[in-house]
Design a protein around this ligand. Sequence first.
Ligand SMILES: C[S@@+](CC[C@H](N)C(=O)[O-])C[C@H]1O[C@@H](n2cnc3c(N)ncnc32)[C@H](O)[C@@H]1O
Length: 435
Amino acid sequence: MKNDIFEEQYPLFPIDTQSKVSDDKTTSDETELVSFRELVPEITDTGYLTHAIVSYPAKFIPQVVRYAINTYTKEGDWIIDPFAGSGTVGVEAYLCKRNAILFDLNLFLNHIMPLKVYRGKERLKIESLGNLLDGMIKNNTHRFTPSWSNVNYWYAPEILELLSQYWGYIHNIEQDAYTGIIKAALLKVSKRFSYTEHRTPKLARSKRKLATIEELLTENWREQLIDIVYDHSFKTLNRINDFVTLTRHHNNQVDFHGGVDSSYIDLPRECDALITSPPYLQAQEYIRSTKMDLYWLGHNDEEIQTLSRLEIPYRKADRIIHTKTLDNIRDKLTRQDLCNRLDSYFCHTINALENTMNRLKPNASACIFVGNPRIDGITVELWRILVEYFTERGYQFEKVYEDRIKTRQLFGVRKNKNPDGMKSEYLLILRKTTV
Ligand SMILES: C[S@@+](CC[C@H](N)C(=O)[O-])C[C@H]1O[C@@H](n2cnc3c(N)ncnc32)[C@H](O)[C@@H]1O
């Protein structure tokens, strides 16, 4: 088995394989065509430093965040991200000597941030990590089985037994950066050695994976599993140590609040900028994608179900957002379920943005990174809808950057408005007016 966590990245916006020809209004005179990778050449690897410690669906590429930070904030500023996901904004903010407040519905944020923004000033010790790992392998006193009603469905019994032993050890000792590092490695093997397809974000048991595990069980699977845990743990330690070396003189703050519904947050302080990427309009269930991790990290069925119910756009809208472009799309949609999803999406996404943007200081910028998803073949120009909504409520439209990304072609040549196989993502900049 190849240890490939550091290459695992999911595309920000899944590819629409069934799109019909649509009326995409985006023209190049409205948007500024850029390549964030070229605008930020100092970042050559999207998973550099601590960014790639864990994989997370629809991660920001750090270049976008760095560009927004460089262009729209200054040292010491406070940045808010109401959809923080795996905390890319937090890492970049800290590296650039900015402060950040991160919110996300997903509790995963609380587990990963202490590692990704490690604020210790001393480098972590290889020997301490090695000793802890050796202790975990030898110790056999504790067991931890996730409070997950159908955990047995996802594991072969002997694999579940070994994982329970390792997790039991790690959950029962004093928690620090070293235990955090090992937990990140255990998450990797807990997914890799389960019946779920580990390369796709969502949990999905497949015949192919079942066969792989069956074959594995005839081999030296224990050694393979342990090798991955050691390898991943030492790689993570090195990444954190590189981070420590770079940030030794940084004393900024990165506050994080996972498990929070941003649709109704009350921001505790005024901020100087918002940098965020809202959830995807459809087919991206973040809690479902990370629930195996959440169970192993100690969360239970009830907590996870409660969070899933609050996820955008899988909940009821409590108000209907109207803008010219959005109303146009609604008129064209024939399916009620898609209409409801659209209403839910815009209600709760805009609630979260508006709640947080209202706590921005005058003249502050809101940098919102979105794609142009499709719903029933109709392009939803998210950035345009946000412009229409917010320019009527005390914000100025500053500009929109268009970053063209190459997408994987899944099924032959697509005959739509992206004949060259290019898709775009947009960084919308709104500025809060002074009145
Ligand atoms: C596009 S992802 C953000 C990824 C992030 N920029 C990163 O680099 O990791 C959108 C996030 O919105 C979160 N989300 C969905 N519904 C939410 C809600 N009601 N309140 C807060 N966050 C929510 C999801 O958990 C997901 O992490």
